[in-house]
Design a protein around this ligand. Structure first.
Ligand code: URA
Length: 214
């Protein structure tokens, strides 16, 4: 479903995704389970976000006859993970896009100035010939996603899509204000952000839950 108040946002309401997301949200869900569910949901999100991938007809031989059969056109997609929680989505997406290239962006917020600082950036050299799927489970304030897209645009990829698990209205607005050309795919839009920048009701700190660091 596309959201009229947030043009370019695709809310992925598939029942399997919604069910798995509910289990991920539960406070008692273990790290092991959380990781597995994020991977499963990410496969389903990858299926949705790649719906418009172009195909080309290729001449092949089956054991019975020759035919022109559809194959994905162009160079392999690049999955770009915003560290560290984005890695959980990349792992799942790679299960159905096994030949995708992978890039990483490391960002942190300078505690005094709140300015976003980049500490790591590595993407394929030929990214200008490729489509990018940028991933981070939580679109909260939107600051990291906006900064990541600005940085990626400097490398001139063919296209950029942003995929998250949960979005706050604040983050959606920031992304649309700064990058109206970047479609957003999310499994849910929650109520708001709390005073610490957590999504409410959300699922807590996605990185801590994914890596068991708390
Ligand atoms: N990042 C998280 O991991 N969780 C939130 O709720 C917001 C940002």
């Amino acid at each position: 479903m596309t959201m009229p108040e947030f043009a370019n946002t695709h809310l992925i309401e598939h029942p399997l995704i919604q069910h798995k997301l509910t289990i991920m949200r539960k406070i008692e869900t273990s790290t092991h389970k959380f990781r597995g569910l994020l991977s499963e949901i990410s496969m389903l999100l990858a299926y949705e976000v790649t719906r418009d991938m172009p195909l080309t007809l290729s001449e092949i031989k089956t054991p019975v006859a020759s035919m022109k059969a559809p194959m994905l056109e162009g160079k392999k997609t690049v999955l770009v993970s915003i560290l560290r929680a984005g890695q959980g989505i990349v792992d799942g997406m790679l299960r159905i896009l096994p030949s995708a290239r992978v890039g990483h962006i490391g960002l942190y917020r300078e505690p005094k100035t709140h300015v976003i600082v980049e500490y790591y950036f590595k993407v394929p050299k030929d990214i200008s010939e490729r489509d990018v799927i940028l991933v981070d489970p939580m679109l909260a304030t939107g600051n990291s996603a906006v900064a990541a897209v600005h940085r990626l645009k400097q490398t001139n990829p063919r296209s950029i899509k942003f995929v998250c698990l949960l979005a706050a209205p604040e983050g959606l607005k920031q992304m649309h204000d700064e990058h109206p050309d970047v479609p957003i795919y999310t499994a849910a839009i929650d109520s708001h952000l709390d005073e610490h920048g957590y999504i409410v009701p959300g699922l807590g700190d996605a990185g801590d839950r994914l890596f068991g660091t708390k």
